[in-house]
Ligand binder design. Sequence first.
Ligand SMILES: N[C@@H](CCC(=O)N[C@@H](CS)C(=O)NCC(=O)O)C(=O)O
Length: 228
Amino acid sequence: MSNYRKFNFDFTFVCIINDKDRSVDRIRGTKNLYKILGVAKSRTFRVLWMLEEIGECYEHIPSKPRSNEIKKLNKAGKVPVLLDGEEILTDSSAIISYLGNKHEKLSFPSGTIERARQDAMVFRLIDEVDMILWAAARHSFILPEEQRVNAIKPSLKWEFEKNIDRIMDEKESKFLMGEEFMLPDIILAHCGSWARSAKFPSENKRFNDYIKFCYERPAVKRLIKSTP
Ligand SMILES: N[C@@H](CCC(=O)N[C@@H](CS)C(=O)NCC(=O)O)C(=O)O
């Protein structure tokens, strides 16, 4: 039995978006409606963005990391968490890859060379971009105060910029995987926006133009308007 089946959730706040006719009743009755848990100002944004891009209906429950609601679904207390029926899925990159594969959008089919390159890009972004921002966040407000090392930040900043420069130098087309917007673009553009709000902005002009371009997509505009 999955964890989700064992718990009877009574979500206190449910925000429903991506409902074309705004009918809450219609949405509630929708079979296979995704539920995405996690505050939008977190990696949850990547999943919300993916769901908006692929046009799937979902409920957004803006639970906080480490909240009891989240810990019941993910013992690590981390967001995002996606509920697909009774199945519980964690990790933003794994979730958007799953959605891309399942709905055959924003992702190359598994077993193809293009998909292997897409996966390599996702893992690279996690290693070289996400992990650096996360280390900076941990040493700012996540770790217990006595474990934080402020002096690490200039080094992280330097490494972040170096990695971004290299990724941008290698990017030959409009988007990371070519002329089409694909799921690795969600991860990188989100990291770019996260870096800015973490006062970790890149000075790479091509990168800044790329983030702006990605954030101008209708899917993001809808999200920014409707997420708490
Ligand atoms: N690799 C995971 C990381 C998830 C994660 O660390 N989420 C943060 C918010 S963006 C969190 O919930 N942190 C709470 C904690 O670390 O206790 C993902 O991409 O989803």
